[in-house]
Design a protein around this ligand. Structure first.
Ligand code: PXP
Length: 378
């Protein structure tokens, strides 16, 4: 039996995609002979259902009703209002969020229940993750976001108005990049507050603000509202960001910063070294994403050291993905060392600056971005 989809909401979603996905969930578990009904509704209706059946008078994202009757697996109710909100906060599409919620609801129908205790929670998480891995189409192309800090570095060398990183960002977008990245440093050595304000107005793709987790920067982020913040460590004397953030050592402060950014509606990524303990700590902060510091791989002296660093990035990107984090990568990447990393499907975004701006000096910014796009997108 196919899954039945009932739509009671005006939020635009692809019913065909959801229906196909529901059918695949059933067939994956050998349950194609069972009925499953999926009700796609709004916050009002799901609140009524939540109140009536569970005594909880508030809207939630998904509710499951397992059924014991022969031939019935049960019903899943999803709030498309919630799915849309959560999609925006997590940088995914509403369709994808609905599929994630449907997987969660379906796993409840199978009898898993994360509310019964930590062991049950782990079992349910693993089951859900296993199904999502099987059914979600793997991304084949990562996004390329270009860091334009060094256009500002040249401007600041003379303290004038040119070259303008805001103009560079426009050209980078026209060349096809997926996003613009800037690092607003405490000492304002390159990017200025004015740049970030103007970029917020004109960037059409995605604006990533790299910043330290300081009071001043958290205030600026809440005011400017970039599409995502990447938390980075910052030392005044360093030439560039030298290492990943020590999330393990600063867990409380970083957790607070992540919460404040989330409260302001801003998704967060944390720049960390490819180390398991740091990734686990990052996960505990509530962030949705990490950026793996690729500097040690990029700077490795000799083939053997480079291979070791590459293998470490592969393992850590897989580990982070497996525990539910999105993985970005960046630092020191250039036209020679990016291609290998771009082949890893776990890395969904690259943040690259210095090598692209350097090539732009000789070849023009459009050529420089396009050459890097060819390496990242294959
Ligand atoms: N990602 C982060 C977090 C960074 O701090 C930097 C450097 O500003 C980059 C990526 C880009 O590094 P690069 O300029 O070496 O490409």
């Amino acid at each position: 039996m196919p899954a039945f989809i009932i739509l009671e909401s005006v939020v635009p979603v692809s019913l065909l995609k959801i229906r196909r996905y529901a059918d695949r969930l059933l067939s994956c578990e050998g349950l194609s002979d069972k009925d499953m009904t999926v009700l796609l509704t709004g916050n009002g209706r799901i609140m009524e259902i939540n109140k009536k059946w569970f005594g909880r008078p508030w809207p939630t994202n998904v509710i499951s009703f397992p059924m014991k009757e022969h031939g019935q697996l049960g019903d899943v109710v999803i709030s498309l209002d919630k799915a849309m909100e959560e999609a925006q906060a997590g940088l995914t599409s509403t369709d994808n969020r609905v599929l994630e919620l449907l997987t969660h609801g379906f796993v409840h129908l199978l009898g898993y229940d994360h509310e019964l205790g930590s062991k049950e929670e782990q079992l349910m998480f693993e089951k859900e993750f296993d199904l999502r891995k099987k059914l979600f189409r793997r991304r084949t192309m990562a996004d390329l976001c270009i860091n334009v800090d060094h256009v500002a570095t040249i401007r600041q060398a003379r303290g004038g108005v040119e070259p303008d990183p805001v103009v560079a960002a426009g050209l980078v977008e026209l060349a096809g990049a997926d996003g613009i990245v800037v690092h607003l440093r405490e000492d304002r050595r390159h990017i200025q507050d004015r740049d970030v304000r103007l970029l917020r107005e004109m960037v059409q793709t995605r604006l990533t603000l790299e910043m330290a987790a300081t009071e001043e920067m958290l205030g600026i982020a809440a005011d400017i509202r970039p599409d995502i913040v990447t938390l980075v460590p910052e030392k005044r004397q360093e030439l560039t960001t030298e290492g990943g953030l020590d999330v393990k050592g600063l867990e409380k402060a970083i957790t607070d910063a992540v919460k404040r950014l989330h409260d302001a509606g801003i998704p967060v990524s944390i720049f960390i070294d490819p180390e398991k303990e740091q990734i686990e700590a990052a996960k505990r902060t509530g962030t949705e994403c990490i950026e793996i510091h690729t500097g040690r791989y990029a700077d490795a002296a000799g083939e053997k050291a480079r291979e070791m660093e590459f293998d470490l990035i592969v393992d850590m990107a897989r580990f982070a993905t497996d525990i539910g984090l999105r993985v970005h990568a960046g630092h020191g990447l250039n036209y020679q060392n990016t291609g290998r990393l771009a082949a890893l499907s776990e890395i969904v975004e690259f943040s690259i600056g210095h090598s692209v701006i350097s090539r732009a000096v000789f070849a023009g910014i459009e050529r420089a971005v396009k050459d890097m796009l060819t390496l990242v997108k294959g």
